[in-house]
Design a protein around this ligand. Structure first.
Ligand code: MD3
Ligand code: FE
Length: 206
C-alpha cells in the first residue's frame, strides 16, 4: 500500500526504542565502521564554510557536501573506499518502522561535539521521498526543532535522547528541521561525550 500522506506514514517518535545494551552494541559496531570510513569535515557548497558536525556513512550510498554541492556517492570523499555495510540491527529497525518501503541505501552518521549544531534544512537530495527518513540518536540529548514544509513557519522543539528513534514519513518527510543544541553531559554512552545521529534513507527509485 502506498499510504503517502496518511497518518500511519507520518511523524513518529519512539522514545527509548533501543535499550542501553543495544546502544552499547551499536556504538561498538559504529567504531568499527568509523575505522574503515573515518569521520570527515563536510563544507558548505560555494562558501566552503565547514559544518560543525563531522560525518561518515555506511550503505551503498553516502551523503557528502563539498564546495561543488550536496550529493550521494558510493565512495568516501577522502579515502575513496566504498562505504561499509549498514549494520543488521539498523536494517531490522527499518523493517519494523517502514515495512513496505524499499531498503535504505544510505545511513548518514553525524557526530556532534557538545558545541555543534545543525541549521534548519529540508532533506531533499534523494530521488524519491516515498520512504520515510528513520533516525537513531545516541549519546548526549539534543534539542531538535521541526517546522513545516515551508521555511519560516511555526516550529516546535523536542528533546532527542540516547536510544530514541524518529520516523519522518508522509507530510513530515519534507519538513524543515535542525538541531539547536547538545545538552552536554546528559549521557555516558560515548566515553568522550557528544552525540551520534544515524539517518537511514532510501535514495533512488526502487
Ligand atoms: C525531519 N539530522 O542528517 S535527525 C540530517 O539529529 C539531520 O543529526 C539531525 O537532520 C540530527 O539531515 C536530525 C531527525 C530527522 C531526520 C530527518 C528528517 C528529522 C527529520 C527529515 C525530515 C524531517
Ligand atoms: Fe536533515
Amino acid at each position: 500500500m502506498t499510504d503517502k500522506g496518511s497518518p500511519s506514514s507520518g511523524f513518529k517518535i519512539l522514545p527509548g526504542h533501543f535499550p542501553s545494551a543495544e546502544q552499547e552494541s551499536l556504538v561498538a559496531q559504529l567504531r568499527e565502521i568509523l575505522i574503515k570510513a573515518p569521520l570527515f569535515q563536510p563544507v558548505m557548497p560555494r562558501t566552503g564554510k565547514p559544518f560543525s558536525v563531522r560525518m561518515s556513512n555506511c550503505g551503498p550510498l553516502g551523503w557528502v557536501s563539498d564546495v561543488t554541492g550536496y550529493r550521494y556517492q558510493a565512495t568516501h570523499p577522502v579515502t575513496g573506499a566504498p562505504w561499509p555495510e549498514i549494520p543488521d540491527v539498523l536494517l531490522d529497525l527499518w523493517h519494523q518502522v517502514a515495512p513496505t518501503s524499499p531498503l535504505p541505501e544510505a545511513c548518514l552518521i553525524n557526530f556532534y561535539e557538545p558545541t555543534a549544531k545543525m541549521g534548519m534544512h529540508q532533506d531533499r537530495d534523494e530521488e524519491t521521498f516515498d520512504a520515510p527518513v528513520v533516525s537513531v540518536s545516541l549519546g548526549d540529548t539534543a534539542t531538535f526543532r521541526i517546522g513545516s514544509t515551508t521555511r519560516g513557519g511555526k516550529t516546535s522543539s523536542m528533546r532527542l535522547a540516547s536510544g530514541d528513534v524518529v520516523v519522518m514519513g508522509g507530510e513530515s518527510r519534507l519538513a524543515y528541521h535542525g538541531i539547536d543544541r547538545i545538552l552536554k553531559g546528559t549521557s555516558t554512552l560515548l566515553k568522550n561525550g557528544g552525540r551520534i545521529n544515524l539517518t537511514l534513507r532510501r535514495v533512488t527509485r526502487p
